[in-house]
Design a protein around this ligand. Structure first.
Ligand code: ZN
Length: 181
């Protein structure tokens, strides 16, 4: 869980970063930025901020803002009924994103969240700078991370059913609980 205060602070930080990256949004949209802690109550280390620009029954466009040294836990987008699962393209707008997928271990620049070795199994490293993009096939496991300065990126995908995403870390709950402290 996160507190209302934490949510507001992360929304503000994300909105500033997104605008800095050149994306225009209304104040209402800025207030709608999703702040997710994946149920781990450790937002600064494992979490993400996401602004949904397009969300229909078929496609989804989001702007993702990651705070400095924040990690999105390893996950994959499973098939749902006769849909093979979400296909997702990430395109970096600002900052550097360290992306981890299946393949030969080239892990070098990133770090594993303390005590979480078992929850971060993909160790092929792809360092992405502004203008770089990558497409993840449905079901492909991935996790990603930022360092100093954080990062802003687009996520273009087929329909997003975030609540159905699957994670390597058994402690994860996709729906973030916000409490009024
Ligand atoms: Zn994903």
């Amino acid at each position: 869980l996160i507190t209302r205060e934490q949510q507001k602070a992360a929304q503000k930080q994300a909105a500033d970063m997104i605008r800095e990256a050149g994306i225009t949004m209304t104040d209402e949209e800025a207030d709608s930025i999703e702040v997710a802690d994946f149920g781990l109550s450790n937002l600064e280390k494992e979490g993400i901020q996401a602004l949904a620009l397009v969300q229909t029954d078929r496609i989804s466009v989001k702007v993702l803002a990651m705070l400095p040294n924040q990690t999105v836990p390893e996950h994959w987008h499973p098939p749902v009924d006769d849909d093979p699962g979400k296909e997702e393209t990430i395109r970096v707008l600002s900052g550097t994103v360290y992306f981890y997928v299946a393949g030969e271990e080239t892990f070098k620049e990133g770090f594993i969240v303390e005590g979480k070795d078992d929850s971060y199994t993909m160790r092929k490293e792809i360092v992405m700078k502004p203008g770089d993009q990558l497409t993840l096939a449905p079901g492909e496991k991935h996790w990603f991370q930022t360092r100093e300065g954080g990062a802003v990126m687009y996520s273009f995908s087929t329909i997003a059913r975030d609540a159905l995403d699957q994670f390597a870390d058994p402690d994860i709950v996709r729906i973030t609980k916000v409490v009024d402290a």
